[in-house]
Design a protein around this ligand. Structure first.
Ligand SMILES: [Zn+2]
Length: 479
């Protein structure tokens, strides 16, 4: 027994020593690099301001589509970027989605795609008074450009075009063919990007790196890390909504049965909320934790992150405590709609609820359906898929691939002392369509602590505009 205890003691000391050793050895890669940014072209800010003043809102009802404004936007592009329009042949798909082709000198390399969308979400009439600038004024003040769409996603589109125009002015020809793809309905149906990819598939095209909006830079998300963190999106969670319905004879509220449609459905929803799906550390999130681990100032946190081989479950458990990190380690389930009843003195015959789920890579909408059915375990409840929108989790781009490395290099060249880490996206973008035609889809643009997406006071720092311009320039030049 004594011998056993002493062996156990030695083993414990050895493990602790390994944990500490690995933590101390885990040092940041020396990425201190001289960052010299080229200034924005002379008319860039004016162009961005003009782009915002054109209200390219995509309504949910496609019959309300404001064709005249989208035509004006096309004219604005033609006059603002004359060399792009003179030298890069443009293909128009489904009226307002554009592909510009910049032929490379070496056509044996697969083309790169730089993409963005220029439609914007509407500004709620009741929220206009809360803005500190006119939502469609394109005002420039306090080192920001203000207005709906300046971040999402005209920042990318205008930066890409400024970078292309500037390089064309210098007579530059890329080695690799570059396609500039701009969508007109990302915020509503996303049908434009689907049609563009369908067009590419009909031509048997495949692509190298594809860069779209998504990941950004944050200095606020992680308190234990002092450096800015650039999160590069390498995959998207899936999306499914389940409809739970109960039908049970209702009647007069003065003589209620022991359980009503509302009782049964509430009980089912409570079961789902109390039994979340199991946690899982997917490859992109594991790579994310490893990427940030060396920069953590908190020794205990750093030790856990540096020793996932032993402490993975502890780290994952900790992540479940915050909604933002919880969403990275599990397929989430949340009730979003609950309908029942018509009057205060009538027991309703029907009750309906929606459960929305964002699915981790490696799981499917069928897994979500089966799980909810098992947890609810009640034959009174009919479960169906909500058909309007559903998408499976995307494949993920390998963080060791040349695609990821290329974007990582460009990020390091425009942001000083940045920590670069992969990220799983919880929302869907146009680029999900491109995963069928590329192994290198990556979501990133160098916006820093960007505020106002889809909300009030959407604005972009002029210094971020400069970073975006330089970032796309580097990608175009293949540097
Ligand atoms: Zn967007």
């Amino acid at each position: 027994m004594k011998r056993f205890i002493s062996v156990l003691g030695i083993a414990t000391v050895a493990i602790v020593a390994i944990l500490i050793f690995r933590t101390i050895l885990n040092k940041p890669v020396n990425n201190v690099k001289e960052v010299v940014l080229a200034p924005l072209p002379a008319n860039a800010i004016e162009h961005m301001s003009a782009a915002i003043q054109l209200r390219t809102e995509t309504p949910n009802d496609e019959y309300q589509f404001d064709t005249a404004t989208f035509i004006k936007y096309r004219k604005f592009l033609e006059t603002s970027y004359p060399l792009v329009h003179k030298l890069l042949p443009r293909t128009i798909v489904d009226s307002f989605n554009y592909i510009y082709e910049w032929k490379g000198s070496d056509t044996s390399i697969l083309p790169m795609v730089l993409m963005a969308h220029y439609d914007v979400v509407p500004v709620e009439a009741s929220a206009v008074k809360l803005w500190h600038a006119k939502p469609y004024g394109g005002e420039v003040k306090e080192n920001y450009i203000w207005g709906r769409g300046v971040l999402d996603d005209k920042s990318s589109m205008i930066s890409i075009l400024e970078a292309a125009e500037a390089q064309l002015q210098k007579g530059f020809q890329p080695k690799q063919t570059i396609l500039l793809c701009f969508g007109a309905d990302e915020e509503s149906s996303g049908k434009g990007a689907t049609a563009v990819v369908k067009y590419f598939k009909s031509q048997h095209k495949r692509f190298d790196l594809v860069v779209d909006e998504g990941g950004e830079i944050s200095t606020e998300d992680n308190k234990s890390i002092k450096a800015p963190i650039a999160s590069i999106g390498v995959g998207e969670k899936g999306y499914v909504t389940l409809v739970l319905t109960v039908q049970k004879a209702g009647g007069h509220s003065s003589i209620p049965a022991s359980s009503t449609a509302i009782d049964i459905l509430s009980n089912a929803i409570a079961k789902v909320s109390q039994h979340p799906m199991e946690t899982k550390l997917t490859a992109p999130i594991e790579a994310y934790l490893k990427s940030i681990s060396a920069y953590n100032d908190n020794f205990m946190e750093k030790m856990a992150l540096s020793n996932l081989w032993l402490l993975e479950s502890k780290v994952v458990n900790k992540m479940t405590e915050q909604p933002t990190t919880n969403a990275l380690v599990r397929t989430t389930l949340v009730p979003t709609v609950f309908n029942s009843g018509v009057r205060d003195n009538v027991i309703p015959t029907f009750a309906t609820a929606y459960i929305n789920s964002r699915i981790l890579p490696g799981q499917s909408s069928k897994d979500v359906f089966d799980y909810v059915q098992k947890v609810v375990n009640d034959t009174n409840i009919k479960i169906t898929y909500y058909k309007n929108y559903m998408t499976e989790p995307s494949p993920t781009t390998d963080v060791n691939s040349k695609y990821y490395k290329r974007v990582e290099k460009a990020v390091r060249s425009v942001v000083k002392d940045v920590v670069v880490a992969p990220m799983l996206m919880v929302g869907a973008t146009d680029s999900r369509n491109y995963r069928e035609v590329s192994d290198g889809v990556v979501n990133f643009s160098p916006l820093t602590n960007a505020k106002g997406f889809h909300g009030i006071d959407e604005r972009m720092q002029i210094s971020d505009f400069e970073k975006c311009f330089n970032f796309y320039t580097l990608l175009i030049k293949g540097e």
